[in-house]
Design a protein. Sequence first.
Length: 255
Amino acid sequence: MDLQLAGKTALVTGASQGIGRAIAKGLAREGAHVALAARRKSLLDQLAGEIESAGGRVPAIIEADLYDPETPERLAAAAKRQLERIDILINAAGGSRSVPFEAGIEKWEEGMMVNFFRLRELTHAVVPGMIENRWGRIVNLTGTSEPDGAMGINIASSAKAAVHAWAKGLSRVKLAGHDITINSIQPGRIISEQLLRLYPTEESRRRFAQENIPVGRFGEPEELADLAIFLCSPLAGYITGTVIPVDGGMRRFAF
């Protein structure tokens, strides 16, 4: 299937590893010119080399730390300067923030900042250009907002629920009519550095999967990336404001 992404441009945050990395590689494989953003430049350089070796266009590399309040505007400007425009935004930066009940406000502010506030600020910095070009695709990598006994209280769950509500509103009141879509993907247990810290052995992963995941295994980043890349394509123009789980059936509720 031709996803009609040749010549499109894409800014991918969290591109140094895991899901963000897989999406960046997939977009480049489909002919998009990608800008790779993350804190670890050495990993971005490595990824850029792999993309170029596979025949993709040489990516732009932007070292960026989303803890910095100036990063969203600076990152959007740098990506636009190097790509000329931003057709696609992949918000893949962020991470789990499991905390005890007694956690102070500073922990909650930090978790909400990296998982919601900076994502929102970056998107708001990019959207005006998409409106001007009358085309755009935004994909947020979020997570479950359901209670999870394994994780306890997790600030990221609250932040990701905020992303879902904000994105739904944005899809209706700002992006509608400009051929711009915004969708959120909820990863289940997809292999990543963070997940391997939580489940460091093959036995621990197998035990969790057997007890909680109907398909019986953890997912690979590429299995989620394929959906994200489709949502970025012109073929997905009628899909917006959605929250789609990719979790091997782990989600317990029908609605």
